[in-house]
Design a protein around this ligand. Structure first.
Ligand SMILES: O=c1ccn([C@@H]2O[C@H](COP(=O)(O)OP(=O)(O)O[C@H]3O[C@H](CO)[C@@H](O)[C@H](O)[C@H]3O)[C@@H](O)[C@H]2O)c(=O)[nH]1
Ligand SMILES: [Mn+2]
Length: 615
């Protein structure tokens, strides 16, 4: 995947002599280095091919798979196409062979001096910095098969030592910022996650249009593209498409920085404050550094060493901020608090595409990290209300809080999910009667909120079923991810545990991905999150069964139903929302069903709750 990220960016429509692509490898893997070396060779064929035929997307894997989907493309029959496809497949094959072998053969090692770097380190958590310039764009001989200049390509694996905290992605980004300043010092930095690729070769130029705009460009710090995903199923069972996101915030000073698909000015990322009359020195800002490849490599190394940041503002006022699970959001917020604006740009041909989480637990874990990070910001002195006071628009501050309040909102939802069904058991009414005028505000809020969210969702191109699925995932996230996110943040605050970056898993097994394609929800492993979901689901079904029993019993009074109407509706809707959970608990036989241990535990918990309440 990462090779496709790199190649799609190298092939973008921008003068290659002004383009430098850096790959940060926090995994310290010679296999990644080898793949990048292969990509550097392949780029000599790939870039001219892309430019000649103006193809999109320029990630080879994405391009070739899009072609097989539409066979009648005349280009696909041409000789050039077949030969480049063959080259790509051969490269893939060589990389896969090396991956299967699990190490780099001596034959390959002889291809590049860089492999010797892996002789001295000991493990991904304990090794020296590696900087390797694979393509030096200044070199007259760094040309593709048509004789055009190639963009520079650089591999970086920053130093890691067990006694130094590496600060996850923020640490990696800060090393990249310094190393790139030493080698190419471009004034605009694009940051793309390793699981994404550039889907639109014009993105660089488009973003520069905003940053260089004579009237308003001066105050813009970054241009954020939305996170778009390939491989989303028709009705998006895990609601990963993030369909309805930032257009609203854009009107209030700009969207959040979400860590990928984002163009930053180098200066603003390094702590520069906005001042009126600021002029962006674009041309002069760009000067390639002097020095031979090995000199540049040597001088870059210490910039990516563990001790470099000691006693500096890096991780604080400089670069991405440390200590927050959403380093991107807190960094973007700090930039906006320094007076800068940002821009949300969502062209028809999407800018960047990535992989969404494809199982329920991946989704829930990812959201736990986000909710946790957002709560950390809320509780910190960098929060938009206090720190952003007077620097941000009220609408923007409120926009941030939609995210920052994710974690604490879990309690509201837990309350509404636990208390009404329990009270239903002994017939206690919690909401106004249908005939009472106080019923109207409730009905109004319920109807408009859902109607509005559905219309907005459909306008953004979703299906009704996808909207329904999204409601379910919201419910799941609120009762599990946000709850755990809240608890973890509070524990960290009082010093019980340390922060971690739970990386979103990208490799899945075949049967798991088949179930994903068929939109069957994946449970599979026993997790406390699933126990909560299943317990709530059981609670609702018990409550509903109780209602039925009571409806058909002799003591039934129509009047009581009027008083309990809203509760009955709520419980029924929850049972409908939870259908996939019941299905996974009682009807499925595949490996992705709810583990029996969870089913038993949940049923017992739910029964216990009901019993406690009923007696
Ligand atoms: O120690 C680390 C951990 C992560 N990463 C990189 O960080 C990126 C994002 O990680 P991923 O596992 O893909 O997380 P996601 O949940 O998909 O990330 C989303 O959420 C993050 C904040 O939580 C943002 O930083 C990301 O840009 C955004 O895509 C990847 O390129 C990783 O290689 C590192 O370089 N070093
Ligand atoms: Mn990701």
């Amino acid at each position: 995947m990462v090779i496709n990220t790199v190649l799609s960016l190298m092939a973008c429509n921008y003068p290659p002599e002004k383009l430098t692509v850096y790959l940060s490898d926090d995994g310290w893997s010679d296999l990644t280095f080898y793949a990048l070396l292969e990509a550097s060779h392949f780029s000599k064929h790939w870039i001219p091919f892309c430019k000649k035929f103006s193809i999109e997307p320029r990630s080879p894997a994405a391009y070739f798979s899009s072609i097989t989907n539409s066979v009648d493309d005349h280009l696909s029959k041409s000789k050039k196409f077949l030969s480049i496809k063959k080259l790509f497949e051969e490269m893939e094959h060589r990389i896969n062979t090396a991956m299967k072998l699990g190490r780099i053969s001596n034959e390959i090692k002889a291809q590049h001096k860089g492999f010797s770097e892996w002789d001295s380190g000991s493990s991904p958590r304990d090794h020296q910095t590696i900087v390797q310039i694979l393509i030096d764009g200044r070199d007259q001989e760094a040309i593709d098969i048509e004789g055009s200049q190639l963009p520079s390509l650089i591999y970086l694996s920053r130093e890691k030592r067990p006694e130094h905290h590496h600060n996850f992605k923020a640490g990696a980004m800060n090393s990249l910022i310094r190393v790139s300043a030493n080698i190419s010092n471009g004034s605009v930095i694009l940051n793309v996650d390793c699981d994404m690729y550039s889907n639109n070769s014009e993105s660089v130029r488009d973003a520069l249009c905003f940053l260089m705009d004579e009237k308003e460009g001066q105050e813009i710090a970054f241009v954020q593209y939305p996170q778009c995903f390939i491989n989303i199923t028709k009705n998006d069972i895990y609601a990963s498409s993030l369909r309805v996101e930032f257009p609203g915030l854009d009107g209030y000073g700009g969207p959040l920085y979400v860590g990928t698909g984002c163009f930053h000015r180098r200066e603003t990322l390094c702590g520069k404050k906005y001042m009126k009359g600021y002029k962006f020195e674009f041309i002069e800002g760009f000067k390639r550094k002097e020095g031979s490849v090995s000199e540049l490599e040597e001088s870059s190394k210490f910039l990516a060493n563990c001790v470099y940041e000691k006693g500096t503002q890096w991780g604080n006022e400089m670069g991405l901020k440390y200590g927050c699970a959403v380093e991107d959001v807190i960094t973007g917020l700090a930039i906006q608090c320094r007076g800068w604006k940002s821009v949300f740009f969502n062209p028809t041909r999407q800018g960047f595409m990535g992989l969404p989480p494809t199982t329920l637990s991946q989704t829930l874990v990812q959201h736990k990290r986000w909710a946790e990070g957002d709560l950390q910001i809320l509780l910190s002195k960098h929060g938009p209300l206090i720190h952003g006071f007077g620097k941000m628009k009220l609408g923007q501050q409120m926009g941030y809080h939609v995210y920052l309040l994710w974690a604490p909102s879990c309690f509201v939802f837990l309350y509404y999910l636990v208390v009404p069904p329990l009270y239903l058991l002994n017939g206690v009414s919690l909401f106004p009667k249908v005939s009472s005028p106080w019923f109207l505000p409730f009905a109004y809020v319920i109807v408009t909120v859902n109607y509005y969210s559905m219309v907005e969702f459909l306008q953004c191109g979703g299906t009704i079923l996808a909207w329904w699925n999204e409601q379910r995932i919201w419910l799941f996230k609120r009762t599990t991810s946000y709850l755990f996110g809240f608890i973890d943040t509070i524990f960290k605050l009082v010093g019980f545990s340390k922060s971690a970056f739970d990386i979103t898993v990208k490799v899945t097994e075949l049967d798991v991905s088949q179930r994903y394609e068929q939109e069957i929800m994946e449970f599979g492993s026993p997790s406390p999150m699933f126990t909560i979901l299943a317990t709530l689901a059981m609670l609702h079904i018990f409550s509903l069964i109780w209602v039925f029993k009571w409806l058909f019993s002799s003591s039934f009074k129509g009047l009581a139903l009027e008083a309990l109407f809203l509760q009955v509706v709520m419980v029924s809707v929850m049972v409908l929302i939870n259908l996939p959970v019941y299905h996974s608990m009682f009807f499925r036989k595949d490996k992705g069903r709810m583990p029996a241990s969870v089913t038993i535990k949940a049923t017992l918990f739910a029964l216990l709750l009901c019993a406690m309440f009923y007696y």
